[in-house]
Design a protein around this ligand. Structure first.
Ligand SMILES: Nc1nc2c(c(=O)[nH]1)N[C@H]1C(S)=C(S)[C@@H](COP(=O)(O)O)O[C@H]1N2
Ligand SMILES: [Mo]
Length: 506
């Protein structure tokens, strides 16, 4: 009869995940990047540009961590199996996993050797759990695979699972507890509640809305605002711990903390933010009332040296963004924002401080959890997305969208209301025209523009007979430039082309 190995496969996986759970618990308590997340970051940062660009939207983010865990299941199973006959394999195998995790943790932004402690403790937990299990497995040695399965199934060898289950469960629960109670997530919520920011509540200006059902709200609520970032686990940064360092080609380096920041002259503005990855007709765009302080005076205090043309911004999680200095300094409301729609920034949108610069796509301007700004030149830097083939400057392109009706809708024939939005931040929209079924272009009524930095809503009423119809929209900017019909992909510097919807009138 063949000695059973299944128990050892299992034990290898359980012990491995016990270690991961312990690592997770500790890193959550101490608000450090966990080893699995650190590995995911490392994989993302060292993957070919083509893969990262393909996976850049949030769906790509969702598969990385599960894929790493799946690989670990296989590796842990193998370690367990081999450890049955050669105990040193467990020590070395888990050790190798630990070394990889430790190396990844050391590449995280702001890493110190202290971040190795949770990795080391996780490793000890792996080896310890396997040795506990191994002792119990000794008693199963005489059985073959089928019998072992049977024993486990009937629960007769519950002690096999109970030990590791207990460690695993305790670690998992304390990880969650760490996050909710001990870690900074709860502190952050309390801090957000207790902040008394010198900001005003948003008041949607009169006349900006066309009041058509189905057109997205002119002010985007924070919880409906699109989310784009590379973080597998969004950083939890406390305002009390936050500071921003301004250095590089400056006369005087500046380090500013949160209280200094909110004590400065305030600025508040409606600004529409959009993503360079927004497809024609897409929804990676939102409009909010942002409050903060202007960036230009701060940089002027630091004293920008001749020849500088860029600011390399870095976030708490190590993401980088190269911003043209001209747009920061030219008088537009380029700000360090602390509030969105009158409330402290939500964590996911960059609490406690992010950058907002009207007229530039988010990837070259809107750094969330910003902690560092280096005044420099584009020659010397290679920011996160620029390294992966995206444009260096990232000015927003003119765009427009039909939101009502939606493609595939059925409407009643006769007078049909068509409406949507159009934008080119910091230039402004002067006209929006529509074309029905390839006919002549006709003008639409625009909502009032709150400023050139926001989107505008538009609407028109058209007479339609029963049947299938297509409506196409195009906008004209404040300088008279008409939106091009030429389709361009979002890569490298933003989509172009007209948006159309197909629907049926009955
Ligand atoms: N730290 C950090 N900031 C970031 C990013 C990121 O990946 N990390 N992505 C940028 C991109 S591509 C966009 S479009 C905006 C989106 O901001 P939002 O998620 O608040 O809508 O954030 C920008 N700031
Ligand atoms: Mo973006």
């Amino acid at each position: 009869m063949k000695r059973s190995a299944v128990g050892w496969w299992f034990a290898g996986v359980l012990a491995g995940f016990t270690g991961l759970a312990v690592n997770y618990a500790l890193t959550e308590w101490f608000n450090q990047p966990g080893a699995v997340i650190a590995v995911a970051d490392f994989v993302r940062d060292h993957s070919p540009a083509g893969i990262v660009n393909w996976a850049r939207e949030n769906s790509g983010k969702k598969i990385t961590v599960p894929a790493i865990l799946l690989i670990l299941v296989l590796v842990f199973a193998l370690i367990g199996r081999l450890a049955r006959d050669r105990w040193w394999v467990a020590v070395a195998g888990y050790g190798a996993v630990g070394v990889l995790g430790g190396a990844a943790v050391l590449t995280t932004n702001g890493a110190t050797v202290a971040r190795l402690v949770p990795v080391a403790v996780g490793y000890v937990a792996m080896v310890g759990a396997l040795s506990l299990l191994g002792e119990r497995l000794g008693r199963l040695q005489a059985l073959d695979d089928q019998q072992v399965f049977g024993e486990l199934w009937r629960g007769r060898r519950r002690d096999f699972l109970v030990v590791v289950g207990a460690v695993f469960g305790v670690a998992g629960i304390s990880g969650i507890a760490g996050r909710v109670l001990g870690g900074d997530v709860r502190k952050q919520k309390e801090e957000q509640k207790s902040l008394r920011l010198p900001v005003t509540a948003p008041v949607v200006p009169s006349g900006v809305r066309v009041d058509v059902d189905g057109v997205q709200p002119w002010m985007t609520p924070a919880d409906e605002f699109y989310l784009i970032d590379t973080a597998f686990s969004r950083p939890v940064v406390l305002a009390e711990d936050w500071s921003l360092r301004i250095h590089g080609m400056v006369d005087r380096e500046i380090v500013i903390d949160y209280n200094d920041l909110i004590a400065r002259d305030g600025v508040e503005a409606w600004i529409t933010l959009n993503c360079v990855s927004n497809e024609v007709g897409g929804d990676l765009i939102g409009n909010a009332w942002w409050s903060g302080t202007l960036l230009a005076p701060l940089l002027r205090e630091a004293g920008i040296q001749d020849g500088a043309d860029a600011v390399l911004q870095t976030s708490d999680d190590g993401w980088t963004c190269g911003t043209p200095l001209t747009e920061i300094m030219d008088g537009r409301q380029a700000m360090l924002a602390v509030a969105m729609n009158g409330e402290p920034l939500p964590r996911d949108h960059g609490y406690p401080v992010r950058t907002i610069i009207p007229g530039l796509y988010g990837y070259v301007s809107g750094t969330k959890w910003v902690v560092d700004m280096e005044v420099t030149t584009f020659d010397q830097i290679d920011a996160y997305w620029t390294q992966r083939g995206w444009g260096e400057l990232g000015p927003v392109k003119i765009a427009s969208k039909v939101e009502v009706p939606s493609s595939g809708d059925e409407v009643s024939a006769g007078e049909v209301v068509v409406a949507g939005t159009a934008w080119i931040q910091h230039t402004g929209i002067s006209a929006v025209d529509i074309q029905v079924d390839g006919g002549p272009w006709t003008s639409t009524d625009l909502g009032r523009a709150a400023s050139t930095d926001t989107w505008v809503q538009w609407k028109a009423t058209v007479e339609l007979e029963a049947g299938d119809h297509t409506v196409t929209v195009r906008a004209t900017d404040a300088q008279g430039n008409v939106q091009t019909s030429v389709r361009a992909d979002v890569l490298p510097d933003g989509a172009t082309g007209w948006h159309s919807v197909d629907f049926t009138a009955t």
